[in-house]
Design a binder for this molecule. Structure first.
Ligand SMILES: Nc1ncnc2c1ncn2[C@@H]1O[C@H](COP(=O)(O)OP(=O)(O)OP(=O)(O)O)[C@@H](O)[C@H]1O
Length: 384
């Protein structure tokens, strides 16, 4: 078991990179703590597989270091790293029995047969494969084959970490949740560091305690599923997490009647004085405002803080409804409970200040005391 540290890591497939877009992994420093269950979540092409292959040693990074428990492993071959990797498609030997497939990694390193037998039976028991041990792998279903792949990762005692690269892609939907639960159970039992790559937010949040959201070769936020939902620190996280994703609109900081205001179209958006002061100090005239559909309040009648908007349409999704409305010419969404009635035509919506997030250059403007203290310390150190 090990912690995995990526230190100033970067990777490019281009011979002479000149710009950030030439990098599949843009410089990143990141730590996966020992024993954690993590997900690496992001859209196709953002660099997830590249990152996993660098950790397992299948790929040599262009820059930076990979450390296991603080020790540099860049020079170690994949088989010397004690990392198990489970791929999208099960990697097993069809002509061998399930037992021999599971025994293979142990026979390779010369473990005595009696030890192999007990270890294979132990892992088969956990994976519910005990009654399949004598079968040839060829006849197994896709989910059973993937379980054998996982089992091959688990039989070795000295495995530092298991990396899963979209392991449930070929599994039938009704079996996915079963395998996901199995993985969670295995994590609890073995206390192994696990990194699970997926582009599916549901898969990520049911498996992982903490999720790294990846976008354009960078980890833009690392947090619990709840943190990613309630406090996205990058607009991509707001957009990618949630169903539907966060609403965004561009607003400007304007001085009206000697007071700074955040303005969108004809409306003033309510934010705290501390936020207005912070934006002014940053010299940010244009910002993005983000609010999750779940946090938009919908009212039947006029209300002090509420804006008059036009209902566009309502989608009934069985257990909840999605209301689409037009606010100052822009389409936005609110998520409502199934029993909430929505009148047609004009309605009123409000955006609670607590859930109204402000972004500058795609990053959240954080006005908590600790965030401001860090910024000020950085400004002082730059000034010196
Ligand atoms: N062998 C390669 N040679 C050149 N470019 C590559 C190679 N492998 C990946 N890339 C590029 O690097 C970027 C990151 O790819 P990567 O496969 O790591 O992303 P991913 O997030 O795992 O995507 P997916 O979910 O589709 O597998 C992409 O732009 C991809 O086209």
């Amino acid at each position: 078991m090990a912690s995995i540290t990526l230190n100033a890591l970067a990777h490019t497939y281009t011979e002479n990179p000149t710009k950030p877009e030439d990098y599949a992994i843009r410089e990143m420093t990141h730590v996966w703590e020992q024993g954690g269950a993590f997900a690496l979540l992001g859209p196709s092409g953002c660099g997830k597989s590249t990152l996993l292959n660098i950790i397992s040693g299948l790929l040599k990074p262009s820059n930076g270091e990979v450390l296991f428990d603080g020790k540099r492993v860049n020079e170690l071959k994949p088989e010397e790293r004690n990392i198990a990797q489970v791929f999208q498609f099960p990697v097993i030997y069809d002509t061998m029995t399930v037992f021999d497939n599971l025994a293979f990694p142990l026979r390779n390193i010369g473990v005595p047969e009696h030890k192999i037998k007990s270890k294979v039976h132990e892992v088969a028991e956990i994976l519910e494969l005990s009654d399949q041990l004598k079968r040839k792998a060829k006849g197994l279903s896709a989910d059973q084959k993937q379980k054998v792949s996982m089992g091959r990762g688990l039989v070795r005692d000295n495995v530092s970490a298991i990396l899963f690269d979209e392991p449930l892609t070929v599994i039938d939907p009704q079996l996915k949740w079963k395998l996901r639960r199995k993985l969670k159970q295995i994590h609890e039992q073995f206390n192994i560091t696990m990194v699970y790559v997926t582009h599916d937010q549901l898969e990520a949040s049911t498996f992982a305690d903490k999720i790294a959201v990846m976008y354009n070769g960078q980890i833009v936020q690392f947090g619990t599923p709840r943190e990613l939902f309630e406090n996205p620190t990058h607009t991509f996280v707001g957009y990618f997490i949630g169903s539907p994703g966060m609403n965004f609109f561009e607003a400007t900081l304007e001085n009206r009647d000697q007071q700074d205001k955040l303005v969108f179209g004809k409306e003033e958006i309510s934010v705290s004085d501390a936020m207005l002061a912070r934006l002014k100090a940053m010299g940010a005239n244009k910002v993005k405002v983000g609010i999750r559909p779940e946090f938009v309040h919908v009212w039947d009648g006029k209300n002090n803080d509420a804006f008059a908007v036009e209902v566009d349409y309502v989608e009934d999704l069985g257990t909840y409804k999605i209301l689409s409305f037009i606010f100052q010419g822009q389409m936005m969404k609110a998520r409502l409970s199934e029993d909430q009635q929505v009148p047609s035509g004009q309605i009123y919506v409000s955006f609670p200040e607590q859930w109204t997030k402000i972004y500058v250059d795609e990053y959240l403007v954080d006005i908590t005391d600790s965030a401001i203290a860090v910024d000020q310390a950085q400004e002082i150190s730059h000034a010196n």
